[in-house]
Write a protein that binds this ligand. Structure first.
Ligand code: HGY
Ligand code: MN
Ligand code: MN
Ligand code: MN
Length: 402
């Protein structure tokens, strides 16, 4: 609740009308000179992962609010050509329910139905959100948070790159070409629980050893998909080839039961996060990986269950919005550094963003900010003050040329 109140205060200090919606998103809006024009939505997420850095998500919210504050100080806020609405989204990371984009998904009208159908989770989630915002609503009105596409001009998000490209190029800002698609699975392997000291190795049905083999096989598949995927199955070899450049897979969470050092586990559960720029290729990997999981479990006489928790297709950013962001970034850097020779770089995003959900509602554009060593989702996450300044100036220039 403290974050929500602080963000509202910053928004009100920038001259915005604020409210918190039923999902827990914080909105700050100014109507500008043409209140009936389609609105620009701009923002990012206010939640983050465990043991995270300070800039993932928050930089986008602060850049938007500070740029509007600067317009207010210069008496230009009410002269904006169209309404501008800053949205600080809740639950972009999906850390709690292994879904993601719950806040932006509600606005875009793609609230993952599966999330609301997971009744044991759904009630907890909705009750938490509602309790925190002390709002008493039905699930239906929660689902009615969707914005009317005709009332929205576009969505822009300023975000740290969370990768090494801009640092390698020596450039503070970059425009995002597209965002890789992602799939989240939950794999549960069940075997026969037993005494660590008495069950001979040849008689074990050990889900931990099985999970270890599954994870190493997944790593090899994602390191060289062309070796694994049988092309004739379900995707062209071009998708597989394009895969290898962007395909990544991660097991971020693993838990075992009963989790005692002298007990052969009865069950092991782990998460799978798979991403790629090519959706077909990513689906081919999921299909191939699932086949291998069942084969290996069969061989080890353990059972397994693969839950498909979340899918978000790859997104290509809008070219018109992207070129406006590119000129805004260029003019910001020119203001700061005098003349700049090179063009503002464009790059793909391996990380997911609320812009993926918002692309179901309207055209989207993203501006990346260099971050040290490309490190993110870690307390080591760091952005240079000057680069934050450049991001703010670019946002201001973008708003002034709406
Ligand atoms: O996981 C992601 O890509 C983002 O940080 N939510
Ligand atoms: Mn993140
Ligand atoms: Mn983020
Ligand atoms: Mn004992």
């Amino acid at each position: 609740m403290r974050a929500i109140n602080a963000i509202r205060e910053w928004m009100e200090d920038a001259g915005l009308r604020t409210w918190v919606d039923q999902m827990g998103n914080v909105h700050g809006r100014v109507e500008g000179a043409n209140p009936n024009a389609e609105a620009l939505l701009i923002g990012s997420h206010m939640d983050t992962v465990v043991d995270a850095g300070m800039f993932d998500g928050s930089l986008g919210i602060v850049s938007a609010i500070s740029a509007l504050k600067a317009l207010k100080v210069n008496g230009k806020l009410e002269k904006l050509k169209r309404p501008v609405e800053v949205i600080a989204f809740c639950d972009e990371e999906g850390v709690r329910f292994q879904t993601t984009f719950l806040g932006s998904g509600a606005i875009a009208g793609i609230l993952p139905a599966t999330t609301l159908e997971i009744s044991d989770k759904r009630d907890t989630m909705i009750k938490d959100v509602l309790k925190e915002n002390s709002i008493d609503i039905t699930e239906e009105s929660l689902l009615q948070l969707k914005y009317d596409p005709k009332s929205v001009w576009g969505y822009v998000e300023i975000h740290i790159e969370q990768g090494p490209v801009l640092e390698q190029k020596g450039f503070p800002l970059g425009v995002v070409k597209g965002i890789a698609g992602q799939t989240r699975l939950k794999v549960t392997v069940r075997g026969s629980q037993g005494h660590a000291g008495t069950v001979p190795m040849s008689m074990r049905q050990d889900p931990m050893a099985a999970a270890a083999e599954l994870i190493v096989v997944m790593e090899s598949l994602c390191k060289s998909p062309e070796e694994f995927l049988s092309y004739d199955d379900h995707c062209s070899d071009s998708s597989v080839k394009s895969l290898s450049s962007s395909l990544v897979c991660t097991v971020g969470e693993i838990s075992t039961w009963p989790s005692a050092s002298n007990v052969i586990p009865g069950q092991v559960t782990y998460t799978v996060d798979i991403r790629a720029i090519d959706d077909l290729g990513r689906e081919a990997v999921i299909y191939d990986l699932s086949k291998r999981i069942y084969q290996i479990c069969d061989k080890r006489s353990v059972s397994c269950n693969i839950e498909h928790k979340h899918d978000a297709g790859a997104v290509i950013c809008d070219s018109e919005l992207s070129s406006q962001l590119k000129s805004a970034a260029y003019s910001a850097l020119k203001k700061m550094e005098g003349d700049i020779q090179d063009e503002v770089p464009t790059l793909m995003s391996g990380a997911g963003h609320d812009a993926m959900a918002m692309s179901h509602l309207t055209k989207v554009g993203m501006l990346f900010v260099r971050c040290r060593g490309g490190i993110s989702h870690s307390p080591q996450e760091h952005v240079l003050d000057n680069d934050v300044w450049a991001a703010g100036l670019a946002t201001l220039s973008f708003l002034e040329n709406l």
